[in-house]
Design a protein around this ligand. Structure first.
Ligand SMILES: [Zn+2]
Length: 143
């Protein structure tokens, strides 16, 4: 199997609700997003997917949705205030953790028909969440 990986960098602000700790305060991250695509066969141009295509699809989605935005839970009361003040927001169902953002990017890539294998979302240099669809078997194997 072949894989290709593309890396993006974004800045965003967020905070976590129902959380006792530093991340309950509004703060920002310089995040790194890694998207890994897979294919058993190469296309006619001998690629999994053209890096330029990945950049165009994923890069522009990240730019217009997450980069330099405040990412909050849909039910965060701060969202109303920021919206009223014309601040760029992105709302997530539940807390905007690195895990949630990794899944969101994965699902977007899948929707756009990219053969995504895994998305890794580095919230900091040392903290990374990744998401990939588990290959669930329809039946349990007999032992
Ligand atoms: Zn954070």
């Amino acid at each position: 199997m072949f894989t290709v990986k593309k890396i993006f960098h974004i800045c965003y602000g967020h905070r976590l609700l129902n959380y006792k700790g530093r991340c309950s305060n509004l703060h920002g991250h310089n995040a790194k997003v890694e998207i890994i695509l897979k294919s058993g066969l190469l296309n006619s141009r001998k690629m999994v997917v053209d890096f330029e295509k990945i950049k165009k699809i994923i890069g522009s989605w990240l730019d217009s949705n997450l980069d330099h935005k405040t990412v909050l839970a849909e039910n965060d009361p701060l969202a109303k205030v920021l919206k009223k003040n014309k601040q760029a927001l992105f709302l997530t169902p539940g807390n905007p953790t690195a895990e949630v953002l990794a899944e969101l990017i994965f699902d977007f890539a899948k929707d756009r028909k990219l053969p995504v294998k895994k998305v890794k979302f580095w919230e900091t240099e040392n903290s990374c969440a990744s998401y990939q669809k588990s290959e669930v078997r329809s039946q349990k194997s007999e032992e």
